[in-house]
Design a protein around this ligand. Sequence first.
Ligand SMILES: [Zn+2]
Length: 375
Amino acid sequence: MSVSGRADQIQVAKVIGIPIYLHFSWLIIFGLIVWTLSTGYFPAKYPDLPASSYWAKGLVASLLFFVSILLHELGHAVVARLHGLRTRSITLFIFGGVAQLEKDPRDGRAEFWMAAAGPVVSLALAGFFYACANLPFVGPSAAAVAKYLALINLILAVFNLVPAFPMDGGRLLRGALWGPLGKARATRIASTAGTFFAFLLIFIGVFSLIRGDALGGLWYILIGWFIKDASTASYQQVRLDEALRGVTVRDAMVDTVVTVPSAGSVAEAARELFLRTGYGGYPVTRGDAVIGLLCLKDVLRLSAEEREATSVQGAMRPLTDAIVTEPDVPLPLAIARMAQAGTARLLVMHGDQLVGLLTMSGVIRRLKVREVLAT
Ligand SMILES: [Zn+2]
């Protein structure tokens, strides 16, 4: 086991090169399912057995249930790989599993088959466990567990096939509409269906609460809320992609740039530039050449005395590929580079020549203007 980049999940395995994570919320649902099966489902279906038998069945059934979810997600991952898409990770959490793809599929066909793979695996597992339960040499205890697993895999397949994005059924719908309508409209329709279904679940949840089923009611509300958030987020991502399509760095950069000479002190730069013009960063020049970038962050790192004693050149980030972009680069690539470099601005250079400055606030302002003018 190792801790991943995120503190709230741990890696428990690696299958066909894909790291498998358990999110801490998975423990809650795992405990809840073991408890429900051992004290509710199995005692009701198979009365008059010792408690230890119920707990053993509950534990084995819960473990195999999560193995089933893992296989469902691996189904998505394998078909994604056949379409040339890598799966970054698979995470089991309170609402089941999620396979994190490196990027969106290229076309509707790939999306359709990737989405179909999970429910197909669940249906196959349902058939497999049903067959196991009816084999002559399988004892009554194992048969009871197998019957439960057949049922739960069938429910998993059917629930995931509801046409509500970002669930599998919603992805099938988007995949089918993508070709004829384009990705943006297909996503809008699938997300709308997702939001509708989410509110339906929340409504059912509230109704169950009123009727006195607190746990079931809360559960529906939570799942509904989760789907509503996910469908809104994925729709916004598509809108952002659409808004940025065909836009280059040149379209979004500032081309009149205030620069700071390398020889002066940081304190001087703070007084003369940062305080006066109010920008977050300035290209640093020596003669005609640009040699780096001085950001507000670099100034704030220093104490008042240090600012007096340090030259701009001593405090700046030196010119490297990480903080430079060409004017003809697509804007989404430049934004990704900013995120990687952990900076909110890039120098736009054409050869040795500084032609502009790309800032995150400038990009956001531009997107807002486009949105206002488009509606
Ligand atoms: Zn799925």
